[in-house]
Ligand binder design. Structure first.
Ligand code: ZN
Ligand code: ZN
Length: 147
């Protein structure tokens, strides 16, 4: 069980089971949303995710297919949901209370990387998706049920 919360602690959530593969996304939307060089994120199955408290404080901003959910009090970024994929949730790792048991696999959308940020680790770098979007939206839950 993983837990996470927003900065003001009004909102808390928990995640059953493991995260999907972790990526550092350098796309301009992630950079703007997080106000940072990149967003470290993983996917989880919707049934793995549960709000523990403060769901009434969670607001959403929808751009195209994606809704970004955030705390209306402190502005912390919480999760992403996808109109075309309601069974999957996108999770930024910064809100987690624990080590998720895995580390980022690759940098993605490096074509959109901030010009002032230099990637200095040896992880693979992909100009956009690492193969396809499904590789990023993959959850541990989905893969374990496939087998
Ligand atoms: Zn908050
Ligand atoms: Zn991104």
């Amino acid at each position: 069980m993983l837990t996470g919360r927003c900065l003001c602690e009004a909102v808390a959530y928990e995640i059953e089971g493991e995260l999907g593969p972790i990526f550092n996304c350098h796309c301009s939307k992630c950079r703007r949303w997080h106000g940072s060089a990149f967003r470290t994120r993983a996917s989880v199955a919707a049934h793995q995710f549960r709000w523990v408290r403060g769901e009434a404080s969670v607001q959403g901003y929808t751009g195209g297919n994606v809704t970004k959910h955030f705390c209306s009090t402190c502005g912390s970024n919480l999760i992403s949901t996808y109109a075309d994929r309601p069974s999957v949730i996108g999770l930024p790792l910064g809100g987690l209370d624990q080590h998720p048991g895995a580390t980022p696999q690759a940098h993605i959308f490096v074509d959109s990387k901030s010009p002032w940020h230099e990637i200095t680790d040896a992880l693979p770098q992909y100009p956009q998706w690492p193969g396809d979007e499904a590789a990023v939206r993959q959850t541990s839950s989905a893969s374990s049920h496939d087998g």
